[in-house]
Design a protein around this ligand. Structure first.
Ligand code: SF4
Length: 296
């Protein structure tokens, strides 16, 4: 990509963002640089929509304002507070990450990529996001929104995860890394979504490779890191898992009630299989009467 085009693209994105950002500035993690708060928010955002994550963020942070308070709490309490955000295993991972931060980093979220990635549940995206948004380091962050923009506007082709990161690194505005990462994310979220609103996009006039080439065969489809449609929730195992965890928050579940509580009174073997999965994941435990309870 010619240097002049790259410069024009950066300028167009940043000047669009200067006003567009107001639409997402209310998100509570936008106003903090606290690494623990940023870590919690990024673990949430990995699989939960921003609106839903925002409402739970304050609750989690006021109960666990730093890693040490979460590390001290029983894991079941974190699971209970997480409930409703989906993919509850993230609560277990976050709890384990808090313990590791206390044991190995004196209670302070580390500021190195390798140390962050050694925390359970923290992958490349989350580690980079913490470095960029909390520590304001010049690292490029590729989430599902950025991956779409890179595939369409910059490469005009499907991208592997590795190539998307290479493009993101090349484009990074080093002296404004935090703003640049947020701007690209917001562009992907507000305009360049699964159904792009090109007519409102600052890159529409000759700065988007895919658009300039006539918008055929969307390269964002099938690019690594772009979100795929989730399977139906209703009637899924995930729904049964959610019901069991929710019930365990209220109190112990007797074995005889398992199928009914899971929502499958006609299919006790399915309820049993799903309960075994929750036990294996550490989201539920058994008490001395063999009932299912929250762990810890
Ligand atoms: S012009 Fe359309 S496809 Fe290209 S970056 Fe903008 S919204 Fe996305």
């Amino acid at each position: 990509v010619p240097r002049r085009r790259v410069l024009a693209l950066k300028e167009a994105v940043l000047s669009w963002w200067a006003t567009a950002k107001a639409e997402r500035d209310w998100l509570p993690w936008r106003s903090t640089r606290d690494p623990w708060a940023v870590l919690v928010s990024e673990v949430m955002l990995a699989q939960t929509q921003a609106g839903r994550a925002a409402s739970r963020f304050a609750t989690l942070l006021s109960r666990f304002p730093e890693p040490a308070s979460m590390a001290r709490a029983p894991v079941g309490e974190v699971v209970a507070l997480w409930n409703g955000l989906g993919y509850n295993r993230r609560a277990i991972w976050l709890h384990a990450a808090a313990r590791r931060i206390v044991e190995q980093h004196a209670g302070t979220v580390p500021d190195r990529l390798n140390a962050l990635m050694a925390l359970s549940g923290v992958g490349t995206y989350t580690a980079r996001a913490v470095l960029a948004f909390a520590f304001e380091r010049p690292v490029a962050v590729v989430d599902t929104n950025v991956a779409r923009v890179l595939a369409r506007a910059v490469a005009g082709a499907r991208l592997s995860a590795g190539h998307a990161q290479v493009w993101a690194d090349r484009l990074l505005v080093v002296d404004q890394a935090r703003a640049w990462n947020l701007a690209l994310m917001d562009l992907g979220s507000l305009l360049c979504g699964p159904r792009p609103a090109c007519d409102r996009c600052p890159l529409e006039q000759g700065l988007c490779v895919w658009r300039s080439a006539g918008s055929v065969l969307d390269p964002a489809c099938g690019s690594a890191g772009t979100s795929r449609a989730q399977g139906r929730f209703v009637g899924s195992d995930r729904q049964g898992r959610g019901r069991l965890v929710r019930a365990a928050i209220e109190g112990p579940i007797a074995y005889a009630q398992l199928a009914e509580v899971a929502g499958w009174p006609e299919d006790p073997s399915r309820a049993e299989r799903v309960a075994q999965g929750l036990l294996a994941d550490g989201l539920l435990a058994k008490d001395d009467k063999g009932r299912l309870v929250l762990p810890g």
